[in-house]
Design a protein around this ligand. Structure first.
Ligand code: DGL
Length: 257
């Protein structure tokens, strides 16, 4: 294994950069290539077959770029396609799933909320996870419209605020003490969510856990050992929104894939 090969990271759009940031913070010497398939976002409303097809297309692109491992920085793609990806390709995959376990284990009210896409909440993998915590009441809410607004650069809009209120108010009334963010786009909404939720409700996402898993896997397959670690970002739509989220330090390239 060539240690200096990049880590490939993909998502249906810009949301997976929330995971990429954790990976880059924890593993600053690693080269990374981030792929935003924004042209096809949102994945959450697509059929399982279509999500698998798009995940394979993204993987093929990253393997052509010589990646040594792939991080599926998308809950929807992980919960619908990770088994098929692992069956088809030799490269190791790390996926992201909603952090139900830490919420369920630490909940005092035994009631937790999860906000995720339709594709994630309907997946077999998600059902398998929730079956392990039958003593916990899990309030599931599909985040209709949230990914579209984020992809359009409307994170801090009145429409977003209204949608978040309508999704979170029933959870607050049901006495949740944890809110699980089951979509990699949603960490960008934490400032707004925080203004809606009472202070005692904790918000959790899986970003850091994925970065730690990546670190563990690299301890087996090899860390980067040269210093050429400038990340590369590709998107297949107008790069403006991705560029805004990343800031001037990084250069986003538009590419057809
Ligand atoms: N960011 C993705 C996720 O974690 C997918 C959102 C979407 O495209 O619907 O689920």
């Amino acid at each position: 294994m060539d240690n200096n090969k990049p880590i490939g990271v993909f998502d249906s759009g810009i949301g997976g950069t929330s995971i990429w940031k954790e990976i880059h913070n924890l593993l600053p010497n690693e080269k990374t290539i981030y792929l935003a398939d924004s042209k096809n976002a949102p994945y959450g409303e697509k059929s399982r077959e279509e999500i698998i097809r798009l995940s394979m297309k993204n993987t093929d692109f990253l393997l052509d770029m010589n990646c040594k491992l792939i991080v599926v920085a998308c809950n929807t793609a992980t919960t619908n396609a990770i088994w098929e990806l692992r069956a088809k390709y030799d490269v190791p995959f790390i996926g992201i799933e909603p952090a139900i376990k830490p919420a369920a284990i630490n909940s005092k009210t035994q009631i937790i909320g999860i906000l995720a896409t339709k594709g994630t909440l309907n997946s077999e993998l998600f059902h398998k996870t929730t079956e392990m915590f039958q003593h916990i009441k899990i309030i599931e809410q599909i985040g209709y419209g949230l990914v579209e607004l984020i992809e359009n650069g409307q994170i801090d809009s009145a429409e977003m605020n209204q949608l978040l209120h309508s999704y979170l108010q029933p959870m607050i009334e049901a006495n949740i003490d944890f809110l699980v963010l089951g979509c990699s786009h949603y960490p960008y909404l934490i400032p707004q969510i925080r203004t809606i939720l009472p202070d005692h409700i904790q918000i959790i996402d899986s970003g850091l856990a994925v970065a730690r898993q990546t670190q563990n896997l690299l301890s087996q397959i090899g860390f980067n050992s040269d210093n050429n670690n400038q990340p590369i970002f590709y998107t297949n739509t107008n790069p403006k929104v991705l560029q805004n989220i990343l800031g001037d330090k990084y250069n986003v390239q538009e590419k057809d894939f």
